[in-house]
Design a protein around this ligand. Structure first.
Ligand code: JFZ
Length: 426
């Protein structure tokens, strides 16, 4: 009877109808753009630079005084994301450095009060994206490297010079987060999700998720709560995220989420560059084929992809990152029906293929065209035809008794970023 404890407690979260409706929208949207942008971007050394380089409170505190992104154009960003085919963005409203990218009443360490720029970036971005029909989610860090009331210190942030610790003030910190979340959820219109991060800094802390999650759901019932804790979903969460990993994989080694793929809508996040925040020695730039495979494999798992850009301190997004987004958008113009609103997860993707499905049509994404024939196990549908994506060319296949589908690629198949085939099933 041990199984009947915990999640079956009377207080278990019951998502509202509006929330369930929004989960459906989220699952169908399949592609969002993640944006890591903050005062750390000035140094061009990733978003962890404060911690990695042990910058003191007063030293790091100089960054806001020269954060002045004169080329920031929210409308240009929103058009770029729209053209990329993204359905939503997730923006870092406050990362681990504790700096708020909006005009926060709860903290003066913010974009309007502490920078020469003085513009509410969250506000500009939200209204520009909304105009393009792109929905908004907010990344919000639970972990804070600056505040005195973030105490006791967690795994990170211990070596930061000048850091004060105000004993016994944890409740004050929780109240502070609630005040900020209330601002974000009352002053910026409809917000479709809050993306928490930093739990892993203090795995055993009492984060008061019951209060925080219910605050969010009471302010905006449709707002989806997710948390990058790398564990099985907690009560009150609406989607499950997988950082730098496809569902069920654990290459980061951060947690046990790999063993705990749940039933909630899924989202995989990853980068175009090697890092999340702008890195001037950016030497791990992904090719179009790599980012496209990411999107296609995520869809093959029944998951969204949240693909990250790290804008520069001048407010522009690096050319090659813009180019990747545009390439995805071009591709999606033709092949969007194989991604948006599809089902995945019925056949586990491999490096060779990923499958998605809509009604009686199964889309076979061939990721490796070097093999001219390959086997797809656990294919439980009876096939009535297999053709090229445009339906014009018939492709050879046969089905074995043990649910193995054998596909034979036509001779002369050349390497494209993703060869898409179409199966009609009975
Ligand atoms: C987190 C952030 O630290 C990172 O800066 C970025 O925002 C990313 C999307 O999320 O990455 C993690 C997550 C987990 C751990 C470390 C970094 N961990 O478990 O140690």
């Amino acid at each position: 009877f041990g199984l009947l404890s915990g999640s079956f407690a009377q207080t278990a979260y019951q998502p509202s109808a509006a929330n369930l409706e929004n989960r459906k929208w989220f699952s169908e949207s399949r592609f969002g753009v993640f944006i890591h942008w903050g005062v750390y971007s000035v140094l061009g050394d990733g978003e962890w630079v404060m911690n990695n380089k042990n910058l003191g409170i007063s030293e790091y505190g100089l960054l806001p005084t020269f954060f002045n992104p004169i080329d920031f154009d929210a409308k240009a960003w929103a058009r770029l994301f729209k053209d990329a085919g993204a359905k939503y963005i997730t923006f870092t409203t406050r990362h681990h450095d504790g700096f708020s990218m909006w005009d926060s009443k709860a903290s003066d360490y913010n974009i309007v009060k502490a920078t020469p720029f003085k513009r509410d970036i969250v506000k500009e971005l939200v209204s520009a994206c909304r105009e393009e029909g792109i929905r908004i989610m907010f990344y919000y860090s639970l972990l804070d490297w600056k505040r005195d009331d973030y105490t006791p210190l967690g795994r990170t942030g211990r070596g930061i010079p000048g850091r004060q610790v105000e004993k016994g003030s944890w409740d004050k910190y929780i109240q502070f987060m609630k005040a900020q979340l209330t601002e974000l959820l009352t002053e910026y219109g409809q917000i479709d999700g809050i993306w928490f991060d930093g739990h892993w800094d203090k795995n055993d802390a009492n984060w008061h998720y019951d209060e925080i999650y219910s605050l969010i759901h009471s302010l905006q019932p449709s707002c989806l709560v997710g948390n990058n804790h790398h564990l099985a979903p907690f009560d009150g969460e609406d989607f499950q995220m997988f950082e730098r990993d496809l569902p069920g994989h654990n290459t980061t080694g951060f947690g046990t989420a790999a063993d705990a793929v749940g039933q909630l809508p899924k989202e995989v996040c990853g980068t175009i560059a090697g890092s999340w925040g702008f890195d001037i020695k950016d030497r791990q730039q992904k090719s179009f084929k790599e980012v496209l495979n990411y999107l296609v494999k995520a869809a093959g798992y029944g998951s969204n992809l949240l693909l990250n850009v790290g804008p520069m301190p001048n407010g522009e997004i690096q050319d090659y990152q813009q180019e990747r987004l545009k390439q995805l958008g071009e591709w999606l113009k033709t092949y969007g029906e194989t991604i948006y609103g599809t089902e995945g997860g019925f056949v586990v993707p491999t490096d060779d293929y990923a499958l998605t499905k809509k009604g009686k049509t199964v889309y076979l994404h061939v990721l490796n065209t070097e093999k001219n024939s390959f086997l797809i196990p656990n294919f439980n549908f009876k096939v009535s035809s297999l053709t090229s994506f445009d339906g014009k060319t018939k492709i050879k296949y046969h089905q074995l008794d043990n649910d193995v589908l054998v596909v034979q690629l036509p001779e002369g198949t050349t390497d494209t970023a993703d060869l898409v085939l179409k199966l009609s099933i009975k």
